[in-house]
Design a protein around this ligand. Structure first.
Ligand SMILES: NC(=O)c1ccc[n+]([C@@H]2O[C@H](COP(=O)([O-])OP(=O)(O)OC[C@H]3O[C@@H](n4cnc5c(N)ncnc54)[C@H](O)[C@@H]3O)[C@@H](O)[C@H]2O)c1
Length: 375
């Protein structure tokens, strides 16, 4: 790849604004086409961000200037849209989850490999300066040997703010498959593959209501558990405990803590690119009259601030540099496998052994500059 890489976006819904804003600010990529089932929506987004062409998904795939397709459709059609892009000879960056079933995503990865094309999968928040600074600190031994991790995401649910939230409560989403990718991709990026999963889940209500937009007041069915608790065991020996809920009046999201032999580390919200990183060390002793107050030491974040699109940018540079990219399809496939294993554990009441694995997730160099022209 030489010169800015041509990008075509398929799916011009809620998240396309963030992508269009960021991708039109990176010199290494040029957005040349926006497509959607709803052509008017594609046209409006293209116009808003100065993208020259808009149309259907097929129009994007037929555009010879599109080298990479960014798949921002809903989870139920992620594999179908990504597979069509691979068949058309385009690299793919897709929103999460990579797909809804292991066979579909495994086939997609094989087809991409056979065609010499790359697949990258969200979330790319793990490439952000916040998470990468924390990852480097752990690798440098700031908390000694990591022992266990805790993550918490509990909210009232996205039906509170999304104008078309049905897909977020359908197969392929719920808090596990919609928000789980952020937390699990973070954990796998730190501790390697997950070997075993045990989970409990409950579907508290069978129907929810849309609260905003033209369809406010409409009810829709809930197909999946809306509160899930999972225990994960990593190949490195680390244990994880994660709560994912769309049923909590108390909003507490983005809790991501890692505890080690020599301290505990608070990491940024894995749904964000930046955030607080701080470490607390064990007390040497607690004698009469001493307080239990521990001192938090903040770790300054290193690296340029960006947002969604960073994973795609890393992927196109990785193609040019012939190196693996960070948010790979294999990582997306493993995280999906872990989440489906959790669903199976919820259904069976048994601990499930995860069948896939993934190579160590590469780090992002400190001097990675999204705003440099490198291609
Ligand atoms: N909304 C968010 O805050 C958010 C955040 C991070 C990630 N995501 C992910 O981004 C993806 C899209 O979410 P969204 O909130 O933008 O959804 P959305 O429903 O607002 O938009 C999806 C768009 O895809 C189009 N579409 C669906 N099937 C298509 C097909 N076969 N061909 C062409 N277009 C098709 C729809 O017409 C719609 O415009 C999901 O995977 C979601 O998990 C969303």
């Amino acid at each position: 790849m030489t010169g800015p890489v041509g990008v075509g976006i398929i799916g011009a819904g809620v998240i396309s604004d963030t992508y269009l804003q960021n991708l039109t600010s990176f010199p290494d990529v040029t957005v040349v086409h926006v497509g959607d089932l709803n052509v008017e929506r594609a046209r409006a987004q293209a116009e808003k961000y100065g993208v020259p062409r808009a149309g259907t998904a097929a129009d994007v795939l037929a555009d010879p200037e599109v080298e990479v397709v960014v798949n921002l459709t809903i989870p139920a059609v992620h594999v179908e849209v990504s597979a069509a892009a691979i068949a058309a000879g385009k690299h793919v960056w897709t929103e999460k989850p990579l797909g809804l079933d292991r066979n579909g995503t495994a086939q997609l990865l094989r087809d991409a490999d056979a065609a010499g094309l790359r697949i990258g999968s969200a979330p790319d928040t793990v490439l952000g300066p916040g998470f990468q600074t924390a990852k480097r600190a752990i690798a440098e031994g700031v908390i000694g040997t990591p022992l266990f991790a805790q993550t918490v995401f509990q909210t009232q649910g996205p039906d509170l703010w999304h104008p078309s939230p049905q897909f977020l409560f359908a197969r392929g989403a719920g808090p596990l498959l919609d928000m789980g990718p952020y937390y699990l991709t973070g954990l796998v990026s730190l501790f390697g593959a997950v070997e075993k999963v045990s989970a409990f889940g409950s579907r508290v209500r069978t129907e929810r209501m849309i609260h905003t937009g033209p369809d406010a007041g409409t009810t829709f069915p809930v197909e999946v558990p809306t509160t899930v608790q999972l225990l994960t065991s990593f190949s490195s020996g680390v244990q994880g405990q994660s709560l994912l809920s769309f049923d909590s009046a108390l909003e507490r999201a983005g809790v991501f803590e890692v505890h080690g032999t020599e301290g505990s580390l608070v990491l940024p919200d894995p749904n964000m690119f930046t955030g607080r990183i701080a470490v607390v060390r064990p007390l040497g002793a607690l004698r009469d009259g001493m307080s239990f107050e521990q001192e938090w030491i903040d770790i300054p974040q290193q690296g340029a601030e960006t947002g969604r699109g960073l994973g795609l940018l890393d992927m196109v540079r990785a193609i040019a540099e012939d190196r693996p990219h960070v948010a790979s399809g294999a990582l997306g496939h493993h995280v999906l496998d872990v989440m489906l294993s959790a669903e199976e554990s919820i259904a069976s009441g048994e601990t499930v052994t995860v069948s896939s694995t993934v190579d160590e997730v590469p780090a992002v160099p400190v001097d990675f500059d999204p705003f440099a022209a490198t291609l």
